[in-house]
Design a protein around this ligand. Structure first.
Ligand SMILES: Nc1ncnc2c1ncn2[C@@H]1O[C@H](COP(=O)(O)OP(=O)(O)OP(=O)(O)O)[C@@H](O)[C@H]1O
Length: 259
């Protein structure tokens, strides 16, 4: 059974159609990535799925009792506000220390519990947002441009964490990203959105689709191939071929340096 289904959904902002006749569903454990140019309706799509926006036409249905974890695009915290990670995770509802620690571990941020929110690096901050989304033990985890502002190794490490979470928690993941070559390697299905669904399918299929290339050009496909190569092999650099041009998704050291 699908976790969420959109049936012929149209959404307008101030009478302007932003999404038009969109059909979509996501299955348990699936990783789906939404790509599309600025203003193409990606955030509107996510907000419609979580129920923050009502469609003007069509229907949105959720599996009964569906638990959704949401990682926003960004979150501003007043730099003068003293707020530890532990306290942040208890907003708006209190959580016990064990649950907070478990969520931080799952997000790859186990050692950040006592840190000040305003002292975190961009990557650490996003992992804390991820931990907060995991507190409800989501069946569907939604991420809206969650790696904005991170460098490419930081983004790649973040998405590898997401892939691991799908493996360990079994949750489905729906994410929006501009970093096509990084994100697509972790996706089961990619949807190219531009007010309507232009094309969808396996990452390789979408990367070579004419609709996708019309929007993004063809440069990404080479980067995707490189990343897949790096992503799939055993990381044994002694096997004799040239890695000089491989994309290198590194594991960030959450204390601030990178390995
Ligand atoms: N609350 C709103 N009121 C009026 N117009 C809106 C509102 N939210 C979004 N829009 C408009 O709807 C269109 C789609 O916006 P949306 O944020 O969904 O796109 P996006 O693909 O997520 O963009 P980006 O990649 O820039 O984040 C844009 O033209 C935007 O200006």
């Amino acid at each position: 059974m699908s976790l969420v289904t959109l049936d012929n959904v149209t959404v307008r902002h101030n009478a302007n159609p932003v999404l038009h006749n969109v059909n979509f569903s996501i299955q348990p454990g699936e990783i789906v990535t939404i790509v599309g140019p600025n203003g193409s309706g990606k955030s509107t799509f996510l907000r419609t799925i979580i129920g923050a926006l009502r469609p003007n036409h069509g229907t949105v249905s959720q599996a009964p009792g569906l638990r959704i974890g949401y990682v926003p695009q960004k979150l501003h915290i007043d730099p003068t506000l003293p707020l530890t990670v532990r306290r942040f995770l208890s907003l708006p509802s209190p959580v016990n220390g064990a649950a907070a620690g478990r969520a931080l571990e799952q997000a790859g941020a186990g050692q950040l519990m006592k840190r000040q929110m305003t002292g975190l690096s961009g990557g650490q901050f996003q992992r804390v947002l991820l931990a907060r989304a995991l507190l409800c033990d989501p069946q569907l985890l939604i991420l809206d441009e969650a790696t904005q502002g991170l460098d490419q190794p930081g983004s790649a490490a973040f998405y590898q964490q997401i892939e691991q979470l799908r493996g360990s928690l079994g949750c489905a993941i729906l994410m929006v990203s501009h970093e096509l070559h990084v994100v697509m390697a972790a996706s089961d299905r990619v949807i190219c959105l531009n007010g309507h669904i232009c094309c969808e399918g396996a990452p390789e299929h979408v990367a070579s689709a004419p609709e996708y290339r019309a929007l993004f050009g063809s440069g990404t496909q080479g980067a995707l191939a490189l990343y897949r190569h790096e992503h799939n092999h055993s990381h044994d650099h002694s096997c004799g071929h040239d890695h000089a041009h491989d994309a290198q998704p590194a594991s960030p050291d959450l204390n601030g340096t990178r390995t």
